[in-house]
Design a protein around this ligand. Structure first.
Ligand SMILES: [Zn+2]
Length: 412
């Protein structure tokens, strides 16, 4: 099964990139007319690759390539077909198109495996239309929250109505769930959306974990005062305290591999040039591939903040507003990805994913793994997103090798 994958993969990426609500930029959101057109196109490629296709109750497009006999459990490959606004054309789509190309190679070779292969083009991962993410994969994983059906988009259309208009029946959403016994594993190929592979000079890498995230809102209360009259020694400057907090968070997170911490919001009150800042609200985003590591960082950061508050005589009150656990890739699957990468002549590298992916939802129903593909400058969620034809080729070869050499987990 020799390659020559990249030409077709890149042509198909262009074909999908042309399906946009905006002629100037790629924007394709959940349950839109463009979603329907993208599904139809993907369905035609799946059929051509020898797959039986179906569209489920949330608008996912699914293709199934039977194994040596019908009805065997499946190795599930997937990624998403929706985009952010002004998107790049590889985020999500590369994984779907490459998976179909691999199945097409099996089909051309008339090769059946001891398991089925399913390819899913998820309907929603980015969450642009309804502000809730991974709706497609949550439906497949059986964790879709039906309360979301009442959510409205920017035009006031509920998700239930949008599903109905798309031809889906929102009352049978639970039927989109796959059973754990039908899935041998979930594997996703995706662009890295970060700079690590490029910096290491590698076309692909094996993901260890999709980072978990903690978010805090922090209120800092000092004393506002006249910028001209209050002596420096007696000030309780909330902004100076917050600045010290920002640096302490940066220093704590710098000290540990794979841990990242960001203060991206800082509001100053009253916010006048001649007034000592009395109140600050800032936000902390902490992410790490392992929850234990993230918990340790959280505890340390909270302790650092408390110490700064005591030292400066200001009140610092953090509130946790978000906690998303990490989704660890399964060691037995990572070992098989490493082997596939090495067999294609690439040095295996393991790296965590800083961005969220459908695997975070799929882990509720299957063990997961991911292959990352180098992207130019680590740029993503941006029309400048780019990969090379050579990398698309290697990525497809690695994925095909992973599929053909795939060994299901030995029974318990
Ligand atoms: Zn994505």
């Amino acid at each position: 099964m020799q390659g020559g994958f990249s030409t077709e993969i890149l042509q198909r990426i262009e074909a999908l990139a042309a399906i946009s609500e905006d002629p100037a930029w790629l924007t394709r959101v959940f349950l839109s007319p463009e979603h329907r057109r993208a599904n139809a196109l993907v369905q035609s490629w799946m059929s051509e690759a020898g797959m039986a296709t179906r569209s489920d109750a949330v608008g996912n497009m699914i293709g199934r390539y039977e194994g040596e006999r019908p009805g065997l459990p499946a190795l599930v490959l997937g990624s998403h077909l929706d985009t952010v606004r002004k998107a790049g054309k590889y985020d999500g789509m590369l994984g779907v198109v490459t998976a179909i190309a691999c199945v097409a190679a099996l089909h051309r070779a008339e090769r059946r495996l001891p398991f089925a292969v399913e390819v899913i083009g998820f309907a929603d991962e980015e969450g642009v239309r309804f502000g809730a993410t991974m709706l497609g994969s949550r439906a497949v994983a059986g964790t879709f929250d039906s309360a979301l059906l009442d959510r409205r988009d920017g035009a006031g259309v509920t998700m239930a109505q949008a599903l109905h208009d798309f031809g889906c029946d929102p009352t049978v959403l639970a039927g989109a769930a796959m059973a754990p016994r039908d899935i041998l594993a979930y594997a996703e190929l995706h662009i890295e959306q970060g700079p690590v592979l490029e910096a290491r000079g590698l076309p692909v890498g094996c993901v260890t974990s999709i980072n978990g995230a903690s978010r805090f809102e922090v209120d800092v209360v000092g004393t506002a005062g006249h910028a001209g009259t209050v002596p420096m020694a007696t000030r309780r400057d909330a902004l100076a305290a917050a600045a010290q907090c920002v640096l302490a968070i940066e220093q704590r997170c710098r000290g540990e591999a794979d841990l990242v911490g960001t203060v991206g919001v800082l509001q100053v009150s009253p916010g006048a040039i001649n007034v000592i800042p009395g109140e600050i609200r800032f936000a902390i985003d902490l992410r790490a591939p392992h929850d234990a590591q993230r918990r340790r960082a959280e505890a340390d950061v909270l302790e650092l903040l408390a110490a700064i508050g005591r030292e400066r005589g200001v009140a610092i009150a953090p509130r946790k507003v978000h906690d998303l656990p990490a989704a660890a890739c399964a060691p037995w699957l990572m070992a098989q990805i490493d082997r596939a990468i090495a067999a294609e002549g690439v040095a295996p590298l393991r790296l965590p994913s800083g961005a969220g992916h459908d695997g975070m939802a799929m882990i509720a129903v299957a063990e997961i793994c991911m292959i990352f593909v180098r992207c130019a400058g680590g740029i993503s969620h941006n029309p400048a997103e780019a990969i090379t034809a050579e990398d698309a080729e290697i990525a497809a070869r690695v994925l095909l090798r992973f599929i053909t050499d795939f060994e299901p987990k030995a029974g318990p």
